[in-house]
Write a protein that binds this ligand. Structure first.
Ligand SMILES: C[S@@+](CC[C@H](N)C(=O)[O-])C[C@H]1O[C@@H](n2cnc3c(N)ncnc32)[C@H](O)[C@@H]1O
Length: 299
């Protein structure tokens, strides 16, 4: 009997189990399914979701007995995690820039690496009431993080996917209701094609940039994320090319362009953006020291 089966068997026969033992068994089950490199953390988050307790409860009440209903609910989540479904989708939320955002299968799970873009924007000397657009907003992560930091900026967020816009709207409304930021307007559009000339001080985007043949698409959490959020034509470069071309018109003179890209696309992206006529084209690493985003200024 392997660990997963042992665990489910144990759940069935032992209708009460201590919290610390449950977390240990859950972590073993997740690890043995080989879809996660953070099995212990995944187990803790899934168990706590059902118990509706903070993380400190694991350490303050390790002896707490889990009842049969809770076990059944935890078992369901564990089975789905063992099938590979990302923890963020199972929890229905993901933290980005200290904001708790709702996420589901209609949006990319916001990555901590993208927070490097927020750090960068906060250091820019933009006008007091800068006009900003986040293209391909997904859950709203970039736009909402910026709105939470810069209440005077006029920030809009757009996406082509109606499903993504529904999730972004939920997040925008929730954060506005909690007083975290003003409500960010959402637009449906194909990049900047319908937007006016000389409109924005900043165009920022984390677009799809993965080649359709990239084997990483068959691995880990990305298997469950929308392909329309991940894959771009022309070996992953098509959307970045379109955005950088269209942004030349929509940016004000001296306006800033920021685009996230893949770790192995740095040189090609710099050449592409320079060829579009931008000045001060600079590439930046994320916190893992991997190439992550390019910045440029409209000449
Ligand atoms: C990599 S996800 C980024 C999501 C979010 N900005 C983040 O960083 O977590 C790319 C987003 O671009 C959107 N997208 C794809 N093609 C688009 C297009 N032609 N016009 C506008 N948005 C598009 C997808 O729906 C998806 O939400």
């Amino acid at each position: 009997m392997n660990t997963v089966h042992f665990f489910y068997y144990e759940l069935l026969v032992a209708m009460s189990i201590r919290l610390d033992q449950l977390v240990r068994n859950s972590a073993e089950a997740i690890a043995s399914a080989q879809h996660s490199d953070s099995a212990r953390l995944d187990a803790e988050l899934l168990v706590l979701q059902v118990l509706k307790k903070p993380r400190s409860f694991l350490y303050s009440h390790p002896e707490c007995l889990i009842d049969a209903d809770q076990l059944a609910a935890i078992n369901q989540l564990l089975q789905r995690r063992c099938e590979g479904i990302p923890v963020a989708y199972l929890l229905g939320q993901k933290e980005f820039w200290s904001l708790m955002l709702a996420v589901d299968e209609r949006v990319l799970i916001p990555r901590p690496e993208t927070e490097a873009i927020i750090d960068y924007v906060l250091q820019l000397a933009l006008p007091e009431q800068a006009s900003v657009i986040d293209l391909g907003t997904g859950s709203g992560a970039i736009a909402l993080a910026l709105a939470s930091e810069k209440p005077n900026y006029f920030i809009v967020a757009s996406d082509y996917s109606e499903g993504a816009l529904a999730v972004a709207k939920q997040n925008a409304q929730q954060l506005a209701a909690n007083g975290v930021c003003h409500e960010v307007p959402l637009l449906r559009g194909d990049w900047l094609s319908a937007l006016g000339k000389n409109t924005f001080d900043l165009v920022v985007s984390n677009p799809p940039y993965i080649d359709a043949q990239d084997p990483h698409l068959q691995q880990g959490d990305v298997r469950f994320e929308p392909l329309s959020a991940l894959v771009s034509k022309d070996f992953g470069y098509d959307d970045i090319q379109i955005i950088s071309r269209q942004a030349k018109d929509c940016l004000k003179s001296g306006g800033h362009l920021i685009i996230e890209h893949g770790y192995d696309q740095r040189e090609a992206i710099i050449k592409m953006i320079e060829a579009e006529g931008y000045r001060s084209v600079i590439d930046h690493d994320d916190l893992n020291a991997m190439p992550r985003f390019v910045t440029a200024i409209k000449a």
